[in-house]
Write a protein that binds this ligand. Structure first.
Ligand SMILES: NC(=O)c1ccc[n+]([C@@H]2O[C@H](COP(=O)([O-])OP(=O)(O)OC[C@H]3O[C@@H](n4cnc5c(N)ncnc54)[C@H](O)[C@@H]3O)[C@@H](O)[C@H]2O)c1
Length: 269
C-alpha cells in the first residue's frame, strides 16, 4: 500500500494508547477512520481529533470479544464508506500473575479480547475485503510477549503467541488477494495497558483473588506515536513483523539458539 490517502481504516481499541496513535497517524495521512472501542468517551475524543486532520471519522462501540458486535462494526463501516482497506485488530488487555493462579475468568477475558477479538476481525472483515477486490492490509497487534515468554505473563503470552501464529499463516493465505498482513510486536509502550482491569466486564471479574500487580517490563517504553509511525512504514513496505524495540534482538536470539541447540544436541546423540 503506497498511500493511505482516501483509504478506509478500522482500528479496534482505537480509544487509547497504540490504537489512538494508529488512528491519528492514519487520519494524518488522509485515511478515513472507524474507531471501535468499548470506551465511548475515549473513542469519541479520538474521532474528534481525527476529524481535525480533515477526514471523516466514525465511532462504533464494539466489544471485540463478541462476534455479533464485530459483525455490526463491519456492517456500519461498509454502510458508511462502502469499503475497508486497513483493519487494525489492536484492542487488547493484560492480566498479570503466575499461571498456577490464573482463574478461568482471567483466561476467558484475556483470550476473549486478545485472541477471539482478532479472530472475529478476521472472519468478519476478510471475506468482505476479498469480495471488494481492492486489496488492503491487516495489522494484528500482538506483542514481544507473543515471541518471548515472561514469568507472570502466561495468560497474556498465550493469547499473543496465538496472534503471532495466526498472523504468520494469514500473510500466506491472503497473499493471492493483495491483502498484506503485519503483526505488531512491541515491548513497553506508554499506554494505559497496565490499567486494563478498567475494561474487565463485571461477569469476568475475579471473585476472591485480586489480579497480581503489573510487572515492570524490561527495556524502554516507547511513545505510542513512534510505534504507529513504525506500523505505517511496515504497511507501506508490506512487512510481516513490526518489532519496535532494538532490545528485543537479544532475547529473540537466545530463544532461537535454545531451539537450535535442541536439534544439534539430539544429532550429536
Ligand atoms: N503498552 C504496551 O506496553 C504494549 C506492549 C505490547 C503490546 N501491546 C498491545 O497493544 C494493544 C493496545 O493496547 P495499549 O497498550 O494501547 O493499551 P490501552 O489500555 O491504552 O488501550 C487499549 C484500548 O483497547 C480498548 N479495549 C479493551 N477491551 C476491549 C474490548 N473488549 N473491545 C474493544 N476495545 C477494548 C480499551 O478501551 C482501550 O481504549 C493491545 O493489544 C496490547 O496487548 C501493548
Amino acid at each position: 500500500m503506497d498511500s493511505f490517502k482516501g483509504k478506509v481504516a478500522v482500528v479496534t481499541g482505537g480509544g487509547s494508547g497504540i490504537g489512538r496513535a494508529l488512528t491519528l497517524a492514519l487520519a494524518r495521512e488522509g485515511a478515513r477512520v472507524v474507531v471501535a472501542d468499548v470506551d465511548e468517551g475515549a473513542m469519541a475524543a479520538v474521532a474528534g481529533e481525527a476529524r481535525g486532520h480533515g477526514v471523516d471519522a466514525l465511532t462504533v462501540r464494539t466489544d471485540v470479544s463478541d462476534l455479533g458486535q464485530v459483525q455490526a462494526l463491519a456492517e456500519r463501516a461498509w454502510q458508511a464508506f462502502g469499503v475497508v482497506h486497513v483493519l487494525c485488530n489492536n484492542a487488547g488487555v493484560a492480566a498479570w500473575g503466575g499461571l498456577e493462579r490464573a482463574t478461568h475468568r482471567d483466561w476467558q477475558w484475556v483470550l476473549g479480547v486478545n485472541l477471539w477479538g482478532v479472530i472475529h476481525g478476521i472472519e468478519t472483515f476478510v471475506p468482505r475485503m476479498i469480495a471488494g477486490g481492492e486489496g488492503g492490509h491487516i495489522v494484528n497487534t500482538a506483542s514481544m510477549a507473543g515471541l518471548i515468554a515472561s514469568q507472570g505473563l502466561g495468560v497474556y503470552n498465550t493469547s499473543k503467541y496465538a496472534v503471532v501464529g495466526l498472523s504468520e499463516t494469514l500473510a500466506k493465505d491472503l497473499k493471492p488477494y493483495r491483502i498484506g498482513v503485519s503483526v505488531l510486536c512491541p515491548m513497553g509502550v506508554e499506554t494505559r495497558i497496565r490499567e486494563s482491569e478498567r475494561n474487565r466486564p463485571a461477569a469476568l471479574r475475579n471473585e476472591r483473588e485480586p489480579a497480581a500487580p503489573a510487572v515492570e517490563l524490561i527495556g524502554r517504553y516507547l511513545a505510542p506515536d513512534a510505534v504507529a509511525d513504525m506500523v505505517l512504514a511496515a504497511v507501506r513496505r508490506n512487512e510481516l513483523y513490526v518489532i519496535t524495540h532494538d532490545e528485543g534482538l537479544e532475547p529473540l536470539r537466545r530463544r532461537f539458539e535454545r531451539m537450535q541447540q535442541s536439534i544439534l544436541q539430539r544429532k550429536k546423540g
